[in-house]
Design a protein around this ligand. Structure first.
Ligand SMILES: Nc1ncnc2c1ncn2[C@@H]1O[C@H](COP(=O)(O)OP(=O)(O)OP(=O)(O)O)[C@@H](O)[C@H]1O
Ligand code: SF4
Ligand SMILES: [Mg+2]
Length: 349
């Protein structure tokens, strides 16, 4: 297996030793109507304290890749067909289910895309937060409740001690999201994957929740993988960004570099579709053409049916025909990788 070299990976940068490495991960869904190629060889590494945003339109494989890391894929029909998921240098995919359980939870934790609906309505929030300690550490009921109050304080739920026995429906959306964050950080994970953590919230509350996540990250040094459609959130909080298309990473680098001067026509399209990336709530607008059908991904460059820069037939350079030659993710300029045959032209270098 080829592992990302921590000294050269653009996503590790100066942040230090990787805590999480995803290496050439492949996931497919074997359904009655055919094979859906949801994740097609993605690789990245994340260091302590680093925030990596994963950006891409709906159906590009963001959540499926996160679920693969967490070991919670819907399987069957999902199958991990290749690659590695290394936590602190050890490949989870070669470990027993028992060993994997010990890492996931305490080591890598996740806030789910549908977090607001995933609290159990019949248990108090304190009970649900406390469950993390009871289940993973065998903590007594009394101590678990004490820890739950401390965590509710940490995620800034006002009056934590008096609200610990309240039920989810007694909390606002923003406060319920804080409860989910409390559960996710309960065991002090080294990596937190946040899948669209603010999508269901209004803009002011979104900003508060993102501030909270950043503060927690500063306190604990955890690495943060932030999955989002929201260019404004990426711009504000992430160090690095990986842009996904059709289950692949098509561009990655620092947020400043990628947003400032994209190297892939798909990223370029995203930037052009949002005039003010800095504006809060700047969201991905549809780019001309249909998102790819992952059961029948286009040949060559998967983006070619929608790409204004594509070169076909005799117009293409040898070995760089957009409809037939697959562009590998490659280093285009220092610190920047892109999967386009013509990235130098896109960048203007
Ligand atoms: N249970 C399933 N059976 C078959 N295909 C699935 C299943 N779950 C996901 N997929 C496929 O995997 C693709 C990637 O899904 P994923 O949930 O990762 O998208 P996403 O990038 O997170 O999108 P969104 O932004 O809408 O959350 C989907 O387009 C879908 O085709
Ligand atoms: S390889 Fe060709 S089709 Fe793909 S993004 Fe680059 S120019 Fe467009
Ligand atoms: Mg998703």
């Amino acid at each position: 297996m080829t592992r990302p070299d921590p000294t050269t990976s653009v996503l590790t940068g100066s942040a230090g030793t990787p805590v999480l490495e995803v290496d050439d991960l492949h996931v497919e869904f074997r359904t009655r109507s055919g094979v859906v190629n949801a994740v097609n060889g993605i690789s990245y590494s994340l260091a302590e304290g680093q925030t990596l945003a994963i950006l891409g339109e709906s159906g590009s494989g963001k959540s499926v890749s996160a679920q693969a890391i967490m070991g919670i894929l819907d399987s069957p029909p999902a199958v991990i067909t290749g690659g590695g998921i290394l936590f602190e240098g050890r490949d989870l995919l070669t470990q027993s289910p028992e060993e994997q359980r010990k890492v996931r939870g305490p080591g890598i934790s996740m806030i789910f895309q549908d977090a607001l609906s995933s609290l159990n309505p019949v248990y108090s929030v304190g009970y649900q937060i406390g469950e993390m300690f009871r289940a993973h550490r065998g903590t007594s009921k009394r101590d678990a409740k004490k820890h739950a109050v401390e965590l509710m304080d940490r995620v800034r739920i006002p009056g934590a001690a008096s609200r610990v026995d309240d039920f989810p429906h007694q909390f606002s959306g923003g406060m319920r999201q804080r409860v989910m964050i409390a559960m996710a950080i309960a065991l002090d994970p080294r990596v937190l994957i946040a899948d669209e953590p603010t999508t269901a919230l209004d803009v002011t509350v979104q900003a508060q929740v993102m501030d909270l996540l950043k503060d927690l990250q500063r306190d604990t040094g955890m690495g943060l993988v932030l999955i989002t459609h929201d260019l404004g959130v990426v711009n504000e909080v992430a160090d690095d960004v990986a842009v996904m298309y059709a289950g692949r990473i098509v561009e990655r680098g620092t947020v400043d570099d990628v947003f400032g001067n994209p190297a892939h026509p798909y990223t370029e399209g995203l930037m052009n579709s949002v005039p003010q990336v800095e504006a809060k709530g700047g969201r991905l607008q549809p780019i001309v053409g249909q998102p790819p059908n992952l059961a029948a991904i286009p040949s060559g460059c998967p983006f070619h049916p929608r790409c204004a820069r594509r070169r076909l037939g005799a117009d293409a350079a040898p070995g760089r025909e957009c409809a037939t030659d697959v562009p590998p993710l490659r280093l285009v300029v220092p610190g920047r990788e892109a999967a386009c045959h013509y990235s130098e032209e896109v960048l203007g270098v």
